[in-house]
Design a protein. Structure first.
Length: 67
């Protein structure tokens, strides 16, 4: 349910907005990895969620570029 809503939101965005969101997600992933390496991260499942969100964003960008 939550993922389908997120996917709909992504498909409604423009290529520029998706690119900005991709950069933000990659920065968040970097910060999460850094926190995990220094044992400051409480919710390690967040890394998996962010990686999947990055993949979703990249998929939407690919769909828009092919259209």
């Amino acid at each position: 349910m939550k993922n389908s809503k997120y996917n709909e939101d992504l498909r409604a965005k423009s290529v520029n907005e998706l690119s900005e969101e991709l950069v933000a997600a990659k920065k968040e992933l970097f910060n999460l990895r850094f926190q995990n390496a220094t044992n400051q991260l409480d919710n390690t499942a967040r890394i998996k969620d962010v990686r999947r969100n990055i993949a979703r964003i990249q998929t939407c960008l690919t769909e828009k570029s092919r259209a």
